[in-house]
Design a protein around this ligand. Structure first.
Ligand code: FPP
Ligand code: MG
Length: 314
């Protein structure tokens, strides 16, 4: 996997190139800042379930999903007014919103160009994934309807903004690695659940971890008023001692002092562990989808991948 990932890295470096030097610099900025390369790794792992795991299309597919993801981060940091990403200045903070948005567009167009090399069906899948990404991101800014459960609304957002691209990573891996249609469908379902679990553990880390671990500013969701899993669970718990926390959550948390107090109360709240247990249960659900695969190293690796997502600390 490591040597295949190195191939992906070299290919990505070549794809992120523009005839305008400044565009190359802006586009390379976050790619070089690091990142877990979680989606390309899933493409490579899923490809191992087929008989063409070493095909060039698998590397191309890995680049497609990472470039799409990278593009979305440039846009996301504008929406979140985030200063830090992958331990580096976000593009909007280093340059400005205009540069960040256009660089995101550039990366997405590069990703689309590459997808065309994978054929018509891959283009359709990529376009449908993009639709879900954008819809999920927009729905996050819209409050749930009066008759809608806030947790259900949120899980729907998460499935769109993160589950969709991770599901496609697994689908592309299986498809271009030569897996059977049955395995491709099972891995896509697995990817969708693992992807949602990945976002939910990201939400927990947004509250629990320090900047030096995550490379992001803690409490960003809270500051932006995005009610993520721990907040929704704390609200639903309705504990009598939570009056102050709820008062803070209902208020404007762009104020530094109120934000620090809310973050502190949440970190100590039992909803944090409840949220962690929920994510572990989702990982178990994802692993159950792998039953179509024969027992062996590939299935074990995909199982571990789901476990790591559920218990990650960075
Ligand atoms: C991170 O959310 C954001 C996403 C996973 C998806 C963002 C999607 C878009 C901005 C739509 C546009 C997409 C493209 C391809 C141009 P987060 O803020 O919860 O996570 P974070 O903690 O990493 O910031
Ligand atoms: Mg963000």
């Amino acid at each position: 996997m490591q040597s295949r990932l190195a191939e992906v890295e070299a290919a990505l470096d070549g794809h992120v190139h523009s005839r305008a030097a400044f565009v190359t610099e802006a586009a390379r900025h976050l790619m070089e800042a690091g990142g877990k390369r979680f989606r390309p790794l899933l493409v490579l792992l899923a490809a191992e379930t087929g008989d063409r795991a070493d095909s060039a299309d698998v590397i191309t597919a890995a680049c497609v999903v990472e470039l799409t993801h990278l593009a979305s981060l440039y846009h996301d940091d504008v929406m979140d007014e985030a200063d830090l990403r992958r331990g580096a200045d976000s593009a909007n903070s280093r340059w400005d919103n205009l540069v960040a948005i256009l660089t995101g567009d550039f990366l997405f167009s590069k990703s689309s160009e590459l997808t065309a090399d994978l054929g018509r069906d891959a283009v359709r899948i990529q376009a449908q994934t993009f639709t879900r990404l954008v819809e999920g991101q927009i729905m996050e800014t819209v409050k749930p309807g009066d008759d809608e459960d806030p947790l259900d609304h949120y899980l729907d957002v998460v499935a769109g903004k993160t589950g969709s691209l991770i599901a496609t990573s697994a689908r592309y891996g299986a498809r271009f690695g030569g897996a059977t249609p049955e395995v491709e469908e099972a891995l896509t379902a697995y990817g969708e659940i693992v992807g949602s679990a990945f976002q939910l553990s990201d939400d927990i880390l947004d509250i629990a971890s320090e900047s030096r671990e995550s490379g992001k500013t803690p409490g960003t969701d809270l500051r932006e008023g995005v009610p993520t899993l721990p907040v929704l669970m704390a609200r639903a718990a309705g504990r009598p001692g939570d009056a102050r926390l709820i008062e803070l959550l209902d208020s404007d948390l762009t104020d530094d002092q109120r934000h620090a107090e809310a973050l502190d109360l949440l970190r100590k709240h039992p909803a944090m562990d409840e949220a962690r247990r929920y994510v572990v249960a989702r990982a178990a659900e994802a692993k159950a989808r792998l039953e179509v695969l024969p027992a062996g190293a590939v299935r074990t690796a995909l199982e571990s991948f789901a476990d790591i997502v559920a218990t990650r600390s960075t």
